[in-house]
Design a protein around this ligand. Structure first.
Ligand code: PLP
Length: 370
């Protein structure tokens, strides 16, 4: 039996290059609380992403919660059910009600044409997700947010390095949250960030990230602890040197899959979107059970039996979890596109060091059917 193949495998920088950073940390004994590597990493990230202000967080989830707090989001928040559950939980844990809106069939992102009918006097924000790194329809969403006076806070967990018409997608909205979890295109083991173009907002976020401390004796808000230590900050700095190369390797894997899966009856694959520089963090396929002759779940089980651990991102929909399924917007039938995509989607293994033999094996398992 060959080694198991997971949906992703993290990229780590060369260990010998990391040791000198550790030596500096050991020497300085400055371990956390905005140390020198933390400061350098935030500056380097802002430059790499082409954004104004970055606040590095211990993970994306805490960043989402702090971001909502910083924007003073309350009441109802219009969001997508087709996401990792952190998006929905952040809304719930901040005392707000998620209002689920259906998604677009080609990008799986929030459908702006369905947002307006969900706005009520209690709505204060829209929280869309750039699913699989596919940028949302920002121009339209921004227009709606501005017409109704809503905040626009992107869950941009998947969008590291993605650009639309040459501009970083992380610049969009009032705020964007990035995740640097081990499974992401760019990882700091665990980690995340909030990105904004507003200097005052960055300052408030940094207070909230450190228990609400504005200075030694002033606590301006009930903040949580989202700080990051010097070890992960240094690791992030080093990772940045390699990320372009890693994305280029991912692009090759995607090209291999596309070339061989294009035209397989019953299997839909996504193409690059016009004007978008992608990061190839995910490779979703949609399995139409009737046309393919086998359900998505049967294919998933067949992969597993062959040591390939593809993932059904995002299934079940967040609207189907016990905390949320009794909401009016969660009623089955209200979210037809999301329901269909959640039933058909399967994310294939994609990571920089995926070898061609394994890629061939994965393709064969799909092409042979049955
Ligand atoms: C869409 C989405 N939102 C939020 C998160 C949460 O990020 P983290 O794991 O860094 O807390 C993730 C990933 O884990 C995600 O995929």
């Amino acid at each position: 039996m060959t080694n198991p193949v997971y949906v992703t495998s993290p990229s780590l920088p060369p260990l010998d290059e990391f040791i000198p950073y550790l030596e500096k940390i050991w020497e300085s004994k400055w371990l956390t609380n905005n140390g020198q590597f933390h400061q350098q990493f935030e500056a380097a990230l802002a430059a790499y992403l082409g954004v104004n202000y970055v606040s590095f967080f211990t993970n994306g989830m805490i960043a989402l919660q702090a971001g909502m707090q910083a924007l003073r989001i309350t009441g109802e928040v219009i969001t997508t059910p087709f996401t990792f559950v952190a998006t929905t939980h952040a809304i719930h844990l901040n005392g707000c009600t998620p209002v689920f809106c259906d998604i677009e069939p080609d990008t799986f992102t929030l459908d702006p044409e369905k947002v307006e009918s969900l706005i009520t006097p209690r709505t204060t924000a829209i929280m869309p997700v750039h699913v699989y790194g596919n940028p949302c329809q920002h121009v339209r969403l921004k227009q709606i947010a501005s017409t109704y006076g809503l905040k626009l806070f992107y869950d941009a967990a998947h969008v590291f390095g993605v650009k639309k018409d040459g501009v970083s997608v992380a610049r969009w909205g009032d705020l964007s949250m990035l995740s640097f979890h081990a499974t992401k295109v760019f990882n700091t083991l665990e980690g995340g960030a909030l990105v904004t173009n507003d200097e005052t907002l960055k300052k408030r976020i940094d207070y909230l990230k450190n228990f609400g401390f504005a200075d030694e004796v002033t606590v301006v808000a009930p903040g949580s602890n989202g700080k990051v230590d010097e070890v992960r900050s240094a690791y992030g700095l080093l990772q940045l040197k390699y990320v372009d190369n890693e994305i280029a390797k991912r692009q090759k894997v995607a090209a291999f899959y596309r070339e061989r899966l294009n035209g397989v009856p019953g299997v839909r694959i996504l193409q690059d979107l016009p004007g978008v520089l992608h990061n190839y963090g995910y490779f979703p396929i949609l399995v139409d059970a009737k046309a393919y002759g086998m359900t998505r779940d049967a294919l998933y089980e067949k992969f597993k039996a062959n040591g390939i651990y593809a993932r059904r991102y995002f299934y079940p929909l967040c609207s189907q979890f016990p905390t949320y399924r009794n909401l009016v917007s969660a009623i089955p039938g209200c979210l037809p596109v999301a329901e269909k995509v959640a039933q058909d989607v399967l994310c294939l293994p994609i990571f920089p060091d995926l070898d061609e033999d394994t890629e061939r094996r994965i393709v064969s398992l799909i092409v042979e059917r049955g």
